[in-house]
Design a protein around this ligand. Structure first.
Ligand code: PMP
Length: 370
């Protein structure tokens, strides 16, 4: 069977060959446990961890101690939110209805513990407006958690303005930046206080992520054990994955440059969309690699059966198994059936101009008559 062309980079990316090469020695020759501080094998592993930490910290212009390694963005989000709030009396949190489940499910747990949560609604373009955040602030608000780029719509949140607002009100701001790293130039003085991301969305391996914790922000551990990561995230460090994640940061200049090419590809696809289809977040401020198109009056199962030669999704991969309409698309006003009949097309570093031409012709040929 010929493999379909991959248009699902927001779900995951292939590991870049140079990333894989840098990881390779740490599986077999230099396989030590970074916690084994009595011998050579442990020292080599520990050195690799420290270099990786320093490289990522340097990218964000932060001290190395700001970088905590986790198993991925899901764990980073849990550690950021639960770790920051665990020693506080239940009060108020601001988030949005379009967050990833790795934030929404944590907020639901906190509600069970007595926290009150405001779920901000996006405007019709899928944007969380600064004024909505401002209006939701209460004297008891302890945390604002808003994603930097939405994984289904590609909409970009104004994190710099929210950070300033949070500072004015002495509230801590966490952001799930999983879909933003490698797509937006985030080097800035106004990064969120806490920021989560994952290796596998930026041409690194799965099963590794980072929580960035800015100086002055205190979090408590949520898993307990051998006290790795200064006691904040116990568990043997995944040395090859961490080396791989750090290696992704060598790719950053190219990835950011490539965003311009992806922008042109995205415009070409959007220009080809028949006017009876809906382009979601059309007038929103969006990243170049994600686009979302819905087909009115279309059965979603038939829709996906018609396009076996392209690998696209109808929401986030994490929701795909449920066959429920996406909570994000519903939040911007789509009906259940329109939300299900949605193609999320996401582009990446192996997407070529001819892939885009194929996609446009193929989608038009297979779907226009539906
Ligand atoms: N947040 C966002 C915005 C995501 O897109 C994803 C991946 N679908 C996650 C969190 C979860 O990341 P991980 O798979 O690394 O836990």
């Amino acid at each position: 069977m010929q493999k379909p062309i991959y248009f699902d980079y927001a779900a995951t990316t292939p590991v870049h060959p140079s990333v894989f090469e840098q990881m390779r020695p740490y599986f077999m020759e230099d396989f030590g446990n970074a916690g084994s501080n009595q011998h050579y094998y442990g020292w080599v592993a520990e050195e690799a961890i420290q270099k990786s930490r320093a490289k990522i910290a340097q990218y964000f212009k932060l001290p190395a101690s700001s970088i905590l390694f986790t198993s991925g963005a899901t764990e980073s989000n849990n550690l950021a939110i639960l770790g920051f709030l665990s020693d506080k009396k239940p009060s108020h949190i601001i988030t949005s209805s379009i967050e990833h489940k790795a934030v929404l499910a944590v907020c639901k747990q906190l509600e069970l513990q007595g926290w009150s949560v405001t779920y901000l609604m996006p405007n019709k373009n899928g944007m969380i407006e600064l004024e909505a955040v401002r209006a939701a602030i209460q004297p008891t608000t302890a945390l604002i958690t808003l994603m930097l780029v939405n994984n289904e719509l590609g909409t970009i949140t104004d994190y710099q303005a929210i950070r300033l607002l949070a500072d004015q009100h002495q509230i801590v701001f966490h952001s799930d930046a999983t879909q933003a790293i490698g797509k937006l130039d985030l080097i800035s003085d106004h990064l969120p206080h806490l920021m989560s991301f994952s290796g596998h969305k930026i041409y690194g391996p799965k099963g590794v992520g980072v929580l960035v914790v800015q100086s002055g922000i205190t979090i408590k551990p949520i898993v307990f054990g051998g006290d790795q990561e200064r006691g904040l995230r116990s568990g043997t460090l995944a040395v090859p994955q961490i080396v791989g994640l750090a290696a992704c940061f060598d790719l950053m200049p190219d990835l950011i440059k490539q965003a311009q090419i992806l922008h042109a590809y995205k415009s070409k696809i959007l220009d080809s969309v028949p006017n009876t289809w809906t382009i979601n977040a059309q007038n929103g401020h969006t990243v170049p690699h994600i686009l979302s198109i819905s087909l009115p009056n279309t059965d979603w199962e038939t829709l996906f059966q018609r396009v076996p030669a392209i690998a696209v999704s109808n929401g986030s991969a994490c929701n795909a198994k449920t066959h429920l309409p996406s909570h994000v698309l519903k939040a911007i006003g789509l009906s259940d059936s329109l939300a299900l009949a949605t193609l999320r097309i996401s582009l990446g570093n192996t997407t070529s101009a001819s892939d885009i031409d194929f996609l446009i012709d193929y989608v038009n040929e297979k779907l226009v008559k539906l």
